[in-house]
Design a protein around this ligand. Structure first.
Ligand code: RB5
Length: 145
């Protein structure tokens, strides 16, 4: 799967590790930065990954900041993005199954790397459930613009 990933300074260390993890699983990873842990603003990096997803350059996106919250809030400003801020593997699976989330935003400061790896496993392996969930996702899309 083609996956775009980015972080801010607070998520940099885990972004590096999680990008390597996804590559090790055979995914095609686009690393949108940053390249160091110098202080940056998370909306700038959320936008890069969000545009990769809506433009079709990537099927899914992964964002890492201190909490994951700011990244999700920013990414959800882009039409077509359904970014879920997730702290457990079961929520990652439900974000895919019920919400057809196309970006997962995780915490680099409050969730350990092993848990975030499990979150990514669930996020990439769970299919959207469709059916009644599809009707609801259509209603989310209708709220855009
Ligand atoms: C940076 O200090 C922090 O605010 C950011 O990484 C993120 O947690 C915001 O939601």
């Amino acid at each position: 799967m083609k996956i775009s990933i980015a972080s801010d300074h607070a998520g940099f260390e885990q972004k590096q590790a999680l990008a390597a993890y996804l590559e090790g699983l055979g995914h095609d990873v686009i690393d949108r930065g940053p390249g160091t842990d110098d202080r940056v603003d998370y909306p700038d990096f959320a936008a890069l990954v969000a545009h990769d997803v809506v433009d079709g350059a990537a099927e899914r996106g992964v964002l890492v900041c201190g909490t994951g919250i700011g990244m999700a809030v920013a990414a959800n400003k882009i039409d077509g993005i359904r970014a879920a801020n997730v702290t457990s593997p079961v929520f990652a699976a439900l974000a895919r199954e019920h919400n057809d989330a196309n970006i997962v935003a995780v915490s680099g400061r409050f969730v350990d790397e092993a848990t975030n790896r499990e979150i990514l496993d669930a996020f990439v392996s769970t299919e959207f459930g469709g059916g009644r969930h599809a009707d609801r996702v259509k209603k989310i899309t209708a709220l855009e613009g």
